[in-house]
Design a protein around this ligand. Structure first.
Ligand code: BTN
Length: 249
């Protein structure tokens, strides 16, 4: 692969790596620009939630400018989850899985969250993929509200991770998978193989939760579910949250 030309910006503390990239994108930052922090003071999560980002994690965002519709760009969420699984596997030997749409899970707990923020730009779009990996964090670094649902590489392996090395591997995976995605090749089959929900019961949380069976990940990345009354629906990224009935997944 050719040497990457876009800059990698590292700051020990940021409000949010996604927010920094958004500001830089508005000033014309080049595609592939990466922002990394070791702590965030205003980490952003999916569905308007905040993302607890204590010291010791790897918080990384990348700016992409694909020449496609917003609908197609939604597929980049899948690519990001697969990139994280590969990088964590390579760096640590752990075998993560994915809770649809893109939480990365080890041992039934969340190791990593991913937030994809997209906007139309010219004839294509601007996409910021933000990834937060609990690398060298301990349970007490998190609020009591989420302590039992998160894990970290340190907790799972007993070893501290070199977050720079993990970042290097992650960027290599993101760059490589993005090149493949642009040329039309898909990582959906790999994603399906990693997806922990398939064939299991999920709770589709839109207002009151509704039990369903997760049937498949469709080609556009949406999750096909079947409710108890036999009706089926495709759940799209950003619409609802999906919880397993047993444990976190
Ligand atoms: C979620 O689990 O709800 C998604 C969390 C995404 C967190 C990452 S950390 C790096 C980037 N910057 C942010 O403010 N959010 C994302």
């Amino acid at each position: 692969m050719p040497e990457r030309e876009a800059p990698i910006i590292y700051e020990p503390v940021l409000d949010s790596t996604n927010l920094l990239l958004k500001a830089l994108a508005e000033r014309g930052a080049r595609e592939g620009t990466v922002a990394i922090a070791s702590r965030q003071t205003a980490g952003r999560g999916r569905l308007g939630r905040s993302f607890q980002s204590p010291e010791g994690g790897l918080y990384l965002s990348i700016l992409l400018r694909p020449d496609c519709t917003l609908e197609r760009a939604a597929g980049l969420s899948i690519l990001a989850a697969v990139a994280v699984c590969r990088a964590v596997r390579e760096a640590t030997g752990l075998q993560p899985g994915i809770k649809w749409p893109n939480d990365v899970i080890v041992d039934s707990r969340k190791l990593c969250g991913i937030l994809v923020e997209s906007a139309a730009e010219g004839s294509g779009c601007r996409v910021i993929i933000g990834i937060g990996i609990n690398a060298n964090t301990a349970p007490e670094d998190f609020g009591e509200d989420i302590r039992s649902t998160v894990c970290s590489i340190l907790g799972e392996t007993g070893k501290r991770t070199d977050t720079r090395e993990l970042a290097r591997r992650l960027i290599r995976q993101l760059d490589g998978l993005y090149e493949q995605w642009k040329s039309g090749s898909s990582v959906l089959d790999e994603f399906r193989g990693l997806c922990l929900n398939l064939g299991r019961e999920v709770l589709v949380r839109r207002g009151e939760g509704r039990k369903a069976l997760a049937l498949n990940v469709n080609d556009d990345g949406s999750l096909r579910v079947r409710y108890e009354d036999g009706s089926e629906e495709d759940i799209r990224y950003g619409e609802v949250s999906v919880r397993g009935l047993l444990g976190y997944t």
